[in-house]
Design a protein around this ligand. Structure first.
Ligand code: ADP
Ligand code: ZN
Length: 609
């Protein structure tokens, strides 16, 4: 080995030590070591990992390996605070500067940085731009990490204009290695990021997007009341667990949170229409486990690294797969089994289509909406479909999604299609889904009577199916291409060419049996192999450890998971460590936490085991 080879080898050994002793982890996750090695060679890198995949260590460990300070750019204030707290809890000197600080605090931090005492400095893009030339360039900057790098690209799903100015930063720090990180970027976006940041000798590291510990379930067309009841039941069975419910509208979040509260379930709501103080309080309560359940619009959860979120429910169809995958990714960051459920309805589809059309990027948004429609309508393993979207091929069916666990039952749906199509034909293809269903079911409402729809031949021919079953079938008919929704024209239903062939009995189609609403289908639970890890866990000890964690967190004014993750506590409750050596074996126990927490936790274990 030449000198450089020896140097790199030693640095990697040191990286492993930092992983163990500072962060308390035993093995690198996929690509972490490779990324770190690449940075050690002072080259630029592009890191694509799913949410919860472990992006932060990719720059945090190099930050500790190098002399000088690592600059981390992030658009999310809550994330900065979170990561800085977590680093400090592990004895790493880190700080952030953003709009939440006053100028005195800011000066103090810059002073520390100038004295070479800070290892990591987190900045918002605006802040970095404003102090780059006069202040940051005077520091010994070892690495610049750009988190949420997809924000730089118009092609990404969360474009932020202030990010595009990062080009100037690249010029100013041309000798410093850059690392761009993101959880969501398709090929075009990736190329665009590399281009815009002018990354040199850039290597792209893509980790598997498969999050095995998340179960996936989709439920179609569940009536609102029933949906609420299902959600109440679901939560009631998981009393001490933390979860997030995503809704499309602000009003919905408040409504659903109120409903849950009226069922004795404490839940908060969160949306962009609240003032920033209320939002901060709610988020803080959630992070600190004082509030276990949040009903939110998608604004919530960005950049929260709360590791013990155990479930995610989508109360409505999300607008694209990227967003959906990021949102469910907020569950189970600690690697423990976690559940996700998505409810979607015909109404969501109409609403999202309208959003897409008004978005200013209609073609792209509509295309993305179609892809998520294909996902929710899937009749084969859902995880395979999700991963295929991220260009990843899964060999076997996952066994942990609703399709794998309850394969859909197909039947020849040609007759159902023909009934609907012939009614549409007789109604001159001028009615929306609701009216069509009312005609099919023989309703006598005013619209039907005044338009004399009750005189057409197919009136009442579909009475044996409930309204919701019909909605379910109509969504399926849209998705198999028999019916089209004319979104420009009051969402009237139109017969496609294929539909015409089905109507004339020249083609047949298969449908899946619409779920009877009262039927409770088996919820996917995490795979056995994942659960078994903690089979011998002492549950009452786990609760005692959680209480201790909460006390310490309150004292130190940090979120509970900054003290220890659920995973760490579960390992303690299974392995019952009593010596310092044993305690050090627990995932998440580094030197600093050993020093500070060995005594109270080992005492708690001795008393409760
Ligand atoms: P991302 O930023 O990619 O969403 P994070 O960097 O926040 O993910 O990491 C997710 C969680 O996994 C964090 O709690 C982190 O401490 C933990 N983690 C990261 N790397 C490892 C590892 N090698 N071993 C164990 N846990 C890890
Ligand atoms: Zn599956």
């Amino acid at each position: 080995m030449n000198t450089k080879g020896v140097f790199v080898f030693m640095m990697i050994q040191r990286a492993q030590e930092i992983l163990n002793q500072t962060f308390g982890y035993h093995e690198f996750r996929e690509n972490q070591k490779e990324v770190i090695e690449h940075v050690i060679n002072k080259k630029d890198g592009f890191v694509l990992m799913p949410t919860g995949g472990g992006k932060s260590l990719c720059f945090q460990i190099p930050a500790l390996l190098f002399e000088g300070v690592t600059i981390v750019v992030s658009p999310l204030i809550s994330l900065m605070k979170d990561q800085v707290q977590a680093l400090r809890a592990n004895g790493v000197n880190a700080a952030y500067i953003n709009s939440s600080l006053d100028s005195i605090e800011e000066i103090a931090i810059m002073h520390e940085a100038a004295e070479n005492k800070l290892k990591l400095l987190y900045l918002s893009p605006e802040k970095l731009l404003s102090i780059a030339e006069n202040q940051i360039s005077k520091l010994n900057v070892s690495l610049i990490a750009i988190d949420e790098a997809h924000c730089i690209s118009m092609w990404g799903h969360d474009f932020r204009p202030e990010y595009t100015k990062m080009k100037a930063i690249r010029k100013l720090f041309s000798h410093v290695p850059f690392m761009a990180l993101t959880a969501t970027a398709d090929k075009i976006t990736r190329g665009d990021i590399i281009n815009q940041l002018a990354l040199k000798e850039c290597k792209t590291f893509i980790s598997s997007f498969n999050r095995e510990n998340l179960s996936i379930e989709v439920k179609r067309q569940v009536p609102k009341k029933e949906k609420t009841q299902q959600i109440v039941n679901f939560i009631t069975k998981r009393r001490n667990e933390s979860g997030i419910i995503y809704c499309l509208s602000r009003k919905n979040t408040e409504e659903l949170a109120n409903t849950l509260n009226s069922h004795g379930i404490r839940a908060g709501f969160y949306h962009a229409g609240m003032n920033s103080e209320d939002r901060a309080i709610t988020q803080e309560q959630f992070i600190n486990d004082d509030l276990k359940i949040i009903v939110a619009t998608i604004a919530f959860g960005m950049g929260i690294d709360k590791s013990n979120v155990r479930w995610i429910i989508h109360n409505n169809l999300p607008k694209n797969i990227e967003g959906y995958y990021q949102e469910i990714g907020r569950a189970g960051r600690d690697g423990l089994p976690s559940e996700t459920i998505l409810y979607y309805s015909y109404k969501d589809l109409i609403l999202l289509r309208k959003f897409a059309e008004d978005s200013g990027q209609a073609d792209m948004q509509i295309e993305k909406l179609k892809r998520i429609q294909q996902f929710v309508e899937a009749t084969s393993c859902r995880r395979k479909i999700l991963l295929a979207y991220f260009n990843e091929h899964l060999e076997k069916d996952c066994g942990n999604c609703d399709v794998c666990l309850n394969p859909p039952k197909f039947f020849d749906g040609t007759i159902i299609a023909q009934i609907a199509l012939s009614a549409m034909y007789r109604l001159n293809q001028k009615v929306s889904a609701n009216t069509l269903i009312n005609v099919l079911r023989g309703s006598r409402n005013q619209e039907i009577i005044s338009n004399k729809y009750d005189t057409i031949k197919t009136y009442g021919k579909g009475a044996k199916y409930s309204f919701f079953e019909w909605q379910n079938y109509i969504i399926q008919l849209v998705n198999v291409g028999v019916i089209e929704i004319d979104y420009q024209n009051a969402n009237q239903l139109k017969i496609t060419d294929f539909g015409l062939r089905v109507l004339k009995s020249e083609s047949t189609i298969n449908l899946t049996v619409a779920e009877k609403i009262d039927k409770t289908i088996a919820t996917p639970r995490a795979k056995k192999s994942i659960v078994r890890q903690f089979d011998n866990m002492n549950k009452s000890l786990f609760d005692a450890l959680k209480n201790l964690r909460q006390e310490i967190a309150k004292e130190e004014r940090v979120p509970a998971y900054i003290v220890f993750s659920d995973k760490s506590l579960k390992e303690m409750a299974s392995a019952l460590p009593q010596t310092k050596e044993e305690f050090m074996q627990i995932s998440g126990v580094g030197n600093q936490k050993l020093e500070r927490f060995f005594e109270p936790f080992s005492k708690c274990i001795a008393e409760n085991k």
